[in-house]
Design a protein around this ligand. Structure first.
Ligand code: YSA
Length: 338
């Protein structure tokens, strides 16, 4: 083979290889092209092997042309493989449906465990005659604190470290905050209607808590309020015992203890047994006469009781969840267990 004959062969091999490559549209065709032109026994390799039979000048020129062609064919091949992948490759049209794939069950969503427990709690209270009302997560200082007998300088405010949106007190409404409790729904409801009142109000609350296994900075509460003539502490205890019986079963131990909230007198909290340990789930009490006066009710005529339950704590006790921080960590391994 002379140099010019070798270069002619290289040039016509290039034309033929590129033509065939552009027609190779699936994996099998691409592989057979690679073997024919670039493989160990392929046509280009054959040319490279024969270079040794040429004179040195001729060998240099033909060798350079053959190596150039090798580079060009490698790039063209990679480009064709990539184009095949982009278009869905393996011969199938990109939007084709592979009817041979086995069917897969679509993943079902489910209600968040807090929502499930809140619904169960609301069902229990609704069946006892309480009507559900909803409130705002962004609340006025007046309803979150003042109307509940917690004036600006009251130490009880320190127990609910507050996330303020606006701290200005330039009107009777005071500042604006993320509510620290659902209790503002007590004065809001009583302002809207005359007794008898019997409502429950679920929703989110926010506090700047140092979080731990039983405290989150965002959590839910379900507020309850009943006002009528002749309601007593016995009604409060009866209602909350029945609630605990429905949620935890008749055998679960519960206890009441004295507690202080400025908007009740007397005040209590209720705890539920968790393997010999008491976990507090709610605060409650008889509505303070001043709170009734604040909304225009006559405390000589009406009495009431109220409570605020934490559904995450209820869920922890029901399902043995050891850390409240699981609820809002968005971990599917936790959420999909409910
Ligand atoms: C008290 C008397 C009433 O007449 C009406 C309502 C109340 C409850 C009062 N508003 C209150 O918020 N009390 S509390 O601070 O003790 O919270 C009540 C319940 O909410 C707690 O028992 C707990 O179950 C839940 N809770 C409070 N802070 C929490 C929390 N849950 C998770 N993380 C927190 N940081």
């Amino acid at each position: 083979m002379t140099s010019s004959a070798a270069e002619e062969t290289i040039s016509s091999l290039k034309t033929e290889a590129l033509e065939q490559l552009s027609a190779a549209s699936d994996e099998a065709a691409l592989e057979s092209w690679r073997v024919e032109f670039m493989g160990r026994k392929g046509r280009l390799t054959g040319i490279l092997r024969n270079l040794g039979s040429l004179e040195s000048d001729e060998r240099r020129a033909a060798g350079a042309a053959a190596n150039r062609l090798k580079g060009e064919l490698e790039s063209a091949f990679e480009e064709q493989v990539a184009a095949g992948k982009r278009s869905g490759a393996s011969g199938a049209a990109p939007d084709a449906i592979d009817v041979t794939l086995p069917g897969r069950r679509p993943r079902h969503g489910r209600l968040h465990p807090s929502t499930q427990v809140i619904r169960e709690m609301l069902d229990a209270f609704n069946e006892m005659g309480f009507q559900t009302v909803e409130g705002n997560e962004v609340e006025l200082e007046r309803y979150n604190f003042d109307m509940l007998n917690i004036p600006a300088d009251h130490p009880a405010r320190d127990m609910q470290d507050t996330i303020w949106i606006n701290r200005e007190r330039d009107s009777i409404d005071g500042g604006v905050l993320l509510r620290t409790q659902t209790s503002p729904m007590q004065p809001r409801t009583m302002e809207q209607q005359d007794p008898p009142v019997r409502i429950v109000s679920p929703g989110k609350c926010f506090r700047t808590e140092a979080t731990d296994a039983t405290h989150e900075w965002q959590f839910h509460q379900v507020e309850g309020l009943a006002v009528d003539e002749g309601l007593s502490f016995a009604d409060l205890k009866g209602t909350l015992y029945e609630f605990a019986r429905r949620l935890f079963g008749a055998d679960r131990k519960v206890r009441f203890r004295c507690d202080f909230f400025p908007f009740v007198e007397p005040g209590v909290d209720m705890s539920v047994d968790w393997n010999g340990r008491w976990v507090e789930i709610l605060g409650a009490g008889m509505v303070h006469p001043q709170v009734l006066r604040n909304v225009g009710y006559d405390p000589e005529k009406y009495t009431g009781f109220a409570f605020g339950v934490g559904p995450e704590r209820v869920a922890m006790l029901k399902y043995g969840i050891e850390d409240i921080r699981h609820f809002f960590s968005n971990d599917l391994r936790f959420l999909s267990q409910f």
